[in-house]
Design a protein around this ligand. Structure first.
Ligand SMILES: CC(=O)[C@@H](O)[C@H](O)COP(=O)(O)O
Ligand SMILES: NCC(=O)COP(=O)(O)O
Length: 246
């Protein structure tokens, strides 16, 4: 089974936000991505709304409900009360909790599960009670996966940034893949499913898919948006799906 592809729309939103104009259209490009076969849409709203705006979320929820009911909506972010409120209002199929500081340019590490267990456990419980699948952003390091499972998380999302940054060094990439593979095995061993994301591109996806054949989902934004500028969104989605093994 190949990993499902969720298209992260943050980079499109960031382009849109350069002007006080509605293009490029976040929901319009989401529609093209889903029509081309993407399995879902991801957004990562941050408190300053420099990427996805809070007002984008109901539009994306409606797009999926009205036109692509088989697709999934994944909302990622730091679980402050404002974020949890957004999640509850927009009813995604999946919530991915990320230990982002608002000042961070982008996500660059996963949770320290043991250190954050007391903070995360009631949040995971609340989200599960709300009916959401919960995924926790994780370093490719098996420490604390049992803690994540005991909190009630369904999945971890392996942070693939270090793997993505090895594009020019195949030996480093091989070592990063080995770490990712071992971390995925440890997650499966405690009963968690595994997603992955950050800086994935057409050229590094096949090796990741081969290394973790049971990978449930990849969420991809920056590299996919870069390709969409060159090939168009529909063709880009088809290329990424092929790289995932579809
Ligand atoms: C959790 C993660 O790795 C992504 O959500 C990443 O943060 C992409 O969002 P940005 O491109 O807006 O940083
Ligand atoms: N959840 C990870 C994600 O959405 C990846 O985003 P990007 O690094 O591909 O922009």
């Amino acid at each position: 089974m190949s990993a499902k592809l969720s298209v992260n729309l943050n980079a499109i939103a960031m382009l849109r936000n350069r002007r006080d104009l509605p293009w490029p259209s976040v929901s319009g490009l989401g529609r093209i991505a889903l029509a081309a076969g993407a399995h879902g849409l991801t957004v990562h709203p941050r408190p300053d709304q420099r990427h996805t705006r809070y007002s984008d979320l109901p539009e994306l929820r409606a797009l999926i409900d009205d036109e692509f009911p088989q697709a999934e909506f994944n909302i990622e972010g730091y679980p402050a009360e404002e974020f949890l409120d957004l999640v509850e209002k927009n009813q995604p199929e999946q919530v991915t909790l990320v230990p982002d500081d608002p000042a961070q340019a982008t996500s660059d590490h996963g949770w320290d599960f043991a250190a954050n267990a007391a903070f995360l456990a009631p949040i995971v419980k609340r989200l599960k009670k709300g009916g959401f699948r919960v995924s926790l952003f994780a370093n490719p390091d098996p420490v604390g996966f049992d803690v994540a499972r005991d909190m009630g998380a369904d999945r971890i999302e392996l942070y693939t940034g270090p793997y993505g940054s090895c594009h020019a060094d195949s030996e480093k990439a091989r070592k990063e893949l080995e770490r990712l593979g071992k971390a995925a095995d440890a997650a499966f061993a405690v009963g968690l499913d595994v997603n992955a994301g950050h800086d994935l591109v057409v050229s590094n996806l096949p090796a990741l898919a081969k290394c973790i054949p049971q990978l449930a989902e990849v969420s991809i934004g920056h590299g996919l948006t870069a390709d969409a500028l060159e090939y168009g969104m529909a063709e880009t989605v088809r290329r990424f799906l092929k790289a995932c093994g579809w």
